[in-house]
Each structure stands twice: as structure tokens, then as C-alpha cells.
Design a protein around this ligand. Structure first.
Ligand code: GTP
Ligand code: MG
Length: 348
């Protein structure tokens, strides 16, 4: 075992010279029970820091270190405990008053439309996962493009002056569209483009790898928004037929939970899209339902259903813990997501 994998990795120069105090306290071997060999195995699996360890699922940790799941759960708990000590994560038990104070750290990102922001209570939230679902052409990718620009706007102008990671699973990300939206919103086009990190995911395994690697990009790039457009397309394409359904749901479940943990640990907004398809067995009910089914639905903090209505788009907040279930009308134009003009509303 030893010897084969201990070849020295060529570290990029800046990575070597930037070991700050904050990085040191997140080193894996500061955890009790993690020695050099375990540390190396975790690193080989892309789990570089205590943050990564806390966001990884026990199954992934078990695979990486070749230990059984109960030991992996223990390791994951140790990582979470350390993050609580470092004030980077909620303790398991917290009184409601403290929780209210903590929740003040939640920020919001404008969608670009006042109507849609109102529906969301001011924009999409950090520390949460928001799902936009709807049929093709309902505007899911346009919402994502607009959000990746809006997150960069200054605080007070709908943004968080922060970067974005855009995981594109369908090859529909368009930098030209980003440039158009930024320009229409009087933002510096070059700068906006440079603060969006794009990852093209070619299959579900690749998509999972990318998400495991997010931590490495989030902090140095001051990222406050991670987008997955679409979160489920690869799973749907790869796991066909009833026989593979449970494996698909398990993998998707693991994946969605990893995303949710990432949102909570880094206090970032995670946005996922999900295409709806006609469901033959619900012929008499809602003809459309999200592909990921209950897995995605249960993991998302907020769910918004998008549909076309003539030239406008209608968004509905579904199953939110505290938003009223109602509709908001928005419009797609050169600014991306925008509010419809007065006359188009009057015509309706
Ligand atoms: P799928 O990914 O196929 O499920 O669809 P989607 O929900 O992601 O749809 P998308 O966001 O791609 O919306 C497509 C619609 O957005 C088009 O039908 C257009 O109406 C509108 N749209 C797309 N690009 C532009 C653009 O550059 N300018 C304007 N004004 N509208 C656009
Ligand atoms: Mg799309």
C-alpha cells in the first residue's frame, strides 16, 4: 500500500505560499484520530480540509479511507464538531433566540425582477437551496444566468458583491448572454464574466466530483452562489427504466444532501433547476411533475414552479416553510429576468 501513492504532488506556487492561519485550523490532521495516512487517503479522494470532510457524505468518506460507514460517520461528526468550535457551523442544539440571531447572517440575492423577489421575500437566500422547476423553455436557465450576474451587484443593489460557480450539465451556459445581461444592467461586462466560474459536467459521476470540489473554489473566489443547471438531467438520462430507479434516487439523494451541506457550511445560496416531464400516471392530476421526484423536493429549502403564460412567465412558490403560496409574473428580456411592462399586465 504505502509507497505506491506517496509520490509528491506538484503544488501550484500560490497554493503553497498561501497557508494562512484560517487554513491551518482547517487542516485534516488537527482532528483527533486523523494521522498522515488517513489524511493522504482523504486528500487523494479530493477531501482536502475539515470543511470538505464535513460536507462529504459518510459513504464517500468510507470509500475514500476504506473504513466502515460507522467509522466514517464518526469522522464526519468530528469534522462538524470542529466547525462548531470554530464558529463556522451551528451546534446541534441551539436555542431559538440564538438561531434567530444566526439567521440574520442570511443574505439575499435579487432575481432581477421585483415581482419575483417579492414572492421570495426579497430574493433567493444564502444558507439554503432553491429549486426552480418547470417545463422546457419556462425560463429556468434564464433565471440562472441572471442570478449569476445579480450576485455580483453591490450590496444594497440586489447583490452581494460576490462570485458565482455555474455547473452546466446540459451545455446551455452562454457567456454572450451573461455579457448582454450585464451590459443592460450597466455593469462592467468583463468583470462580471471573470467572476463566474463555469464547470461543464459531462455525466452524473463528473457532476458529483465537481460538487465535491466546490470548497476549493468557493472561499478564494468569494463565491456566494452555486448554480446547478440542471441538477437531475444526467441522472435521468443515465438511469433509465424502473429497475434502476432506486439506485438513481439514492445517488441523487446523496448528491442533493452534499449540496445542501455546502450551502449551510459556507453560507452560500445554492440554486438547482429541474425539468418537469409529463407523468402518465398522474393524468388526472397535475400533468407535470419534477423529474427528481420527491428526492429533490425534500432536499430543497424552497421550490418555485415556473411556467409560460403568453409572453410572460409565472412563478409559484410551492411548499415553502413560511412563504404564502402565490404567483408572481415576470418577463425575459435583455436584462435577463425582469418585470413585465404595465401594459402587458393590463392586457392580461
Ligand atoms: P430547458 O432547459 O429546455 O428545460 O428550458 P429552460 O426552462 O431552461 O428555458 P430557458 O431559460 O432556456 O428559456 C428559454 C426562453 O427564454 C426562450 O424561449 C426565450 O423566450 C427566452 N430567452 C432565451 N434567451 C433569450 C435572450 O437572449 N433574450 C431574450 N429576450 N429572451 C431569451
Ligand atoms: Mg435550461
Amino acid at each position: 500500500m504505502a509507497g505506491t501513492k506517496v509520490e509528491k504532488k506538484e503544488e501550484p506556487e500560490e497554493a503553497v505560499k498561501e497557508t494562512t492561519g484560517a487554513d491551518k485550523e482547517l487542516e485534516l490532521d488537527t482532528l483527533p484520530g486523523v494521522g498522515p495516512a488517513t489524511k493522504q487517503k482523504l486528500k487523494d479522494a479530493g477531501i482536502e480540509t475539515i470543511l470538505d470532510l464535513a460536507t462529504s457524505g459518510p459513504m464517500d468518506i468510507a470509500d475514500a479511507v476504506d473504513i466502515d460507514v460507522s467509522k466514517a460517520v464518526e469522522l464526519n461528526n468530528k469534522a462538524r464538531k470542529k466547525l462548531v468550535e470554530l464558529n463556522r457551523l451551528e451546534p446541534d442544539f441551539i436555542n431559538a433566540a440564538d438561531l434567530l440571531v444566526k439567521r440574520k447572517a442570511i443574505d439575499r440575492i435579487s432575481t432581477g425582477s421585483k415581482n419575483l423577489d417579492d414572492l421570495l421575500g426579497g430574493g433567493i437566500e444564502t444558507w439554503a437551496m432553491t429549486e426552480f422547476y418547470g417545463e422546457f423553455g419556462s425560463g429556468k436557465s434564464q433565471v440562472c444566468h441572471t442570478l449569476s450576474v445579480m450576485v455580483q451587484a453591490p450590496k444594497g443593489e440586489g447583490g452581494l458583491d460576490a462570485g458565482c460557480i455555474y455547473v452546466d450539465t446540459e451545455g446551455t451556459f452562454r457567456p454572450e448572454r451573461i455579457a448582454e445581461i450585464a451590459e443592460a444592467r450597466d455593469m462592467d461586462t468583463e468583470k462580471v464574466l471573470s467572476r463566474i466560474t463555469v464547470a461543464r459536467a459531462y455525466n452524473s459521476a463528473h457532476q458529483e466530483l465537481i460538487v465535491k470540489d466546490l470548497g476549493r473554489i468557493i472561499e478564494p473566489n468569494k463565491v456566494k452562489l452555486v448554480i446547478l443547471d440542471s441538477a437531475v438531467a444526467h441522472y435521468r438520462a443515465e438511469f433509465l427504466g424502473r429497475g434502476t430507479l432506486s439506485e438513481r434516487q439514492q445517488r441523487l439523494n446523496r448528491f442533493m444532501h452534499q449540496l445542501l451541506r455546502t450551502a449551510e457550511i459556507y453560507n452560500i445560496a445554492v440554486v438547482v433547476t429541474n425539468q418537469v416531464q409529463a407523468a402518465p400516471d398522474s393524468f388526472f392530476g397535475d400533468p407535470t411533475r419534477p423529474t427528481g421526484g420527491h428526492v429533490v423536493a425534500h432536499t430543497s429549502t424552497y421550490r418555485i414552479y415556473l411556467r409560460k403564460a403568453a409572453k410572460n412567465r409565472i412563478a409559484r412558490m410551492v411548499d415553502s416553510p413560511y412563504h404564502p403560496e402565490r404567483d408572481a409574473v415576470f418577463f425575459l428580456d435583455d436584462k435577463g429576468v425582469d418585470d413585465p411592462s404595465e401594459e402587458s399586465i393590463r392586457k392580461k
